[in-house]
Ligand binder design. Structure first.
Ligand SMILES: *[C@@H]1O[C@H](CO)[C@@H](O)[C@H](O)[C@H]1NC(C)=O
Ligand SMILES: *[C@@H]1O[C@H](CO)[C@@H](O)[C@H](O)[C@H]1NC(C)=O
Ligand SMILES: *[C@@H]1O[C@H](CO)[C@@H](O)[C@H](O)[C@H]1NC(C)=O
Ligand SMILES: *[C@@H]1O[C@H](CO)[C@@H](O)[C@H](O)[C@H]1NC(C)=O
Ligand SMILES: *[C@@H]1O[C@H](CO)[C@@H](O)[C@H](O)[C@H]1NC(C)=O
Length: 625
């Protein structure tokens, strides 16, 4: 609400008088301030004025570069340039002393990045291929998101060659690529509507005058409030209904499969071969050496995991749930039966289960699974294991996880939403083939629920926002968690870490901020053995970022993910706009408001915009068996 309102206020237009424009023409400053006239101005009381002035100056520099071939005005014109800027804003920002209010020093207006002054100096620093790519991607209308993102993305690779020091903060090395591209790569030049918006975050003002604008605000604010109210009421109702529908569908499904299960067990007893064994508590006690401490191979909020040897000599794992009551046993046995019927090389096979009440240990629920020899992905990434996974192993693990989940979603009958995908639920066998564990059992795990309603099962940092906030559960929630685990696998950074200011930062937000800045490969762990080609690494990072997108419709399906990971072609991944993170710093929010367009959309000056890499595979044919 607040953001909407300020966006509207921000769109207020201020007319400036012709006389102030004339005064702006100081012959000794070569910058042409009239160029800025058509662009929308900040309101006098806005906190965004310095940002506007900064971007406005950069647009002026670009215009100057296009006209004259030099980036900045000569240093002897610095004083008169400030004076000219001052008088050009006098019409709408009277008594705003730019230098003292924005912390600029006088010489800074004619100083920039590494003493570069001319176009040819700049071009000599950037390799031809990088320049050519940028021109290719920026030489078109940048008005819509995709070309703009692809242009800014290619410009971000200039930074690697502009490593010298910048003087001041009026135009620094970070700003130079945009100034250059608007002047010499884009065919329309910096004053074009799309170019100014994309590269300088400046919007053209529309035709209405200040008076109309104020009137509009009077009408628009209550109107917007009403619309928002109706929309949120509708959303509330919609989610509740969806949720009810979902619960109803699920109950029906459970009933159906319960019936199917009964028929199945009759069939089984007829043929005398069951896939699922009901173990006795005594058997398990014997196999695990009376649940000896030495046999513990995993601990969690739900209970412990023990390894043990069955009578026939096979090694298995026993997962023993703690604090359970006999009440849910029927439901539990049923779930276990359904789960046991699902077999895939990348899913941990369930062999059997046990429910029992004993005099000393209380009620018991145990499931019996295949034992995998290499522990969990969590152990390898964050545990005490010294070894560092090589890239080929990580690739195999990523593909295995994806295939296992795709099978759960689209191959299994009934299809299963895992709900609790995390690094410690990805187990690795002796060949480092990933085995997704614990599917279908999330509701029996109390772990990770402490901060959430009991209806949401999952672990902090891995749970998709819509599931955490609204309890809206779809396959796409698993895709989100998969994206987080994939990012952990690529970066060896935990799902949530605390930054220097004590703020929690999710690996998804962190990776996105790097991708947005064109530093996609910085997501990948330094010093990973046998690093793959940059194209492949980049593809994996982009897929992970796409999967962990906060908006569920932006995420691909697991089938699509498998296809993208498997394909050897240059895959194309476009990442749609993303809202600012939930835990954003105050200045990030201010910036996103100041640069937002009249539509009230949240975007940041660096561009939370769609990124596109090549042809679109996502929308290709996605049928897989
Ligand atoms: C331009 O600005 C400078 C600095 O304020 C001033 O000294 C000079 O007289 C101005 N020139 C014109 C033509 O207004
Ligand atoms: C520019 O830098 C100065 C000092 O380094 C700082 O006080 C000021 O806030 C900065 N201005 C902007 C717009 O970043
Ligand atoms: C830029 O120029 C100034 C003076 O002209 C010089 O002192 C400084 O070393 C130069 N900086 C670079 C990075 O070349
Ligand atoms: C880069 O381009 C310039 C001008 O087009 C040319 O003179 C130079 O030889 C090129 N350099 C390389 C390494 O291709
Ligand atoms: C951009 O495209 C236009 C039209 O095709 C062309 O005339 C111009 O030379 C191109 N600009 C650059 C820098 O390649």
């Amino acid at each position: 609400m607040f953001l909407r309102r300020s966006a509207v206020v921000y769109t207020l237009l201020f007319t400036i008088t012709a006389s102030s424009l004339v005064a702006a023409q100081n012959s000794s400053c070569p910058l042409d301030f009239s160029v800025l006239q058509p662009f929308r101005r900040p309101s006098p009381d806005g906190a965004t004025t310095c940002q506007y002035l900064l971007q406005g100056l950069r647009l002026l520099y670009s215009h100057h570069l296009r006209q004259t071939g030099s980036f900045l005005p000569p240093s002897d014109s610095a004083a008169s340039c400030w004076a000219a800027l001052q008088s050009s804003i006098a019409g709408f920002l009277p008594r705003f002393d730019v230098r003292s209010r924005c912390g600029f020093q006088t010489p800074w207006i004619s100083q920039g990045c590494m003493n570069i002054t001319t176009r040819s100096q700049f071009e000599s620093l950037i390799p031809n291929s990088t320049l050519t790519t940028a021109v290719m991607r920026c030489n078109l209308s940048l008005e819509s998101n995709t070309p703009c993102a692809s242009c800014t993305q290619s410009l971000s690779s200039f930074q690697a060659f502009l490593t010298g020091t910048s003087v001041g903060n009026v135009s620094d090395c970070a700003a130079f690529p945009s100034i250059y591209a608007a002047a010499h790569a884009n065919r329309y030049g910096p004053t074009d509507k799309g170019t100014a918006k994309c590269l300088f975050q400046l919007d053209l003002a529309s035709g209405s005058s200040g008076k109309n604008g104020k009137k509009m605000v009077k009408i628009l604010v209550p109107l917007l409030a009403a619309v928002l109210l109706v929309a949120s009421a509708w959303l509330f109702w919609y989610y509740r209904r969806k949720r009810k529908d979902f619960d109803r569908r699920k109950m029906k499904k459970q009933r159906d499969s319960l019936e199917a299960g009964i028929t199945q067990s009759r069939l089984d007893s007829m043929s005398g071969s069951t896939t699922l064994v009901k173990f006795s508590f005594e058997e398990i006690k014997k196999a695990t050496n009376s649940f000896s401490r030495n046999n513990i191979i995993g601990r969690g909020g739900y209970g412990n995991v023990f390894k043990g040897v069955l009578q026939d000599g096979t090694e298995v794992a026993f997962k023993r749930f703690k604090n359970c009551s006999a009440g849910g046993d029927a439901n539990f046995a049923h779930e276990v039966e359904v789960i046991a019927s699902i077999r895939h090389v990348n899913l941990l096979a369930l062999r059997g289960y046990c429910t029992a009440t004993t005099p000393y240990e209380g009620h018991q629920r145990i499931i019996v699974c295949d034992l995998v020899s290499n522990g969990s992905l969590h152990d390898h990434l964050f545990g005490d294991l010294e070894t560092q996974l090589s890239w080929p192993l990580r690739q195999r693990i990523a593909l295995g996880m994806a295939r296992g989940l795709a099978y759960l979603h689209y191959g299994a009958q009934p299809s299963i939403i895992h709900r609790d995908i995390k690094a410690s639920n990805i187990l690795l066998d002796e060949r480092f083939e990933a085995k997704v564990a614990d599917f279908g059992l999330a509701k029996f795990n109390p772990e990770g629920m402490t901060h959430m309603s009991t209806r949401v099962a999952g672990t902090m940092g891995y749970v998709a926002p819509e599931y955490a906030l609204y309890g809206q559960l779809t396959e796409k929630s698993d895709v989100y968690s998969f994206g987080v685990v994939l990012l952990e696998l690529l970066s060896r950074r935990k799902a949530i870490v605390t930054d220097d200011d004590g703020q929690p930062v999710s690996v998804a937000d962190w990776a996105w901020s790097l991708v947005r800045e064109g530093q996609t490969l910085d997501v990948v762990e330094d010093g990973m053995p046998e690093k793959g080609s940059p194209e492949v690494l980049e593809k994996y990072v982009l897929i992970a970022v796409l999967c962990s997108h906060p908006q569920l419709h932006a995420r691909p399906t697991m089938d699509q993910v498998v296809k993208m990971l498997e394909s050897n072609e240059f895959t194309v991944i476009s990442i749609p706009q993303r809202p600012i993170p939930l835990v954003a710093r105050r200045d990030e929010i201010d910036l996103s408001v100041s640069s937002s367009s009249g539509s009230g959309k949240l975007t940041s000056p660096t561009g939370y915009q769609a990124f596109s890499f090549g042809a679109d595979l996502l929308h290709g044919n996605t049928n897989t068996g």
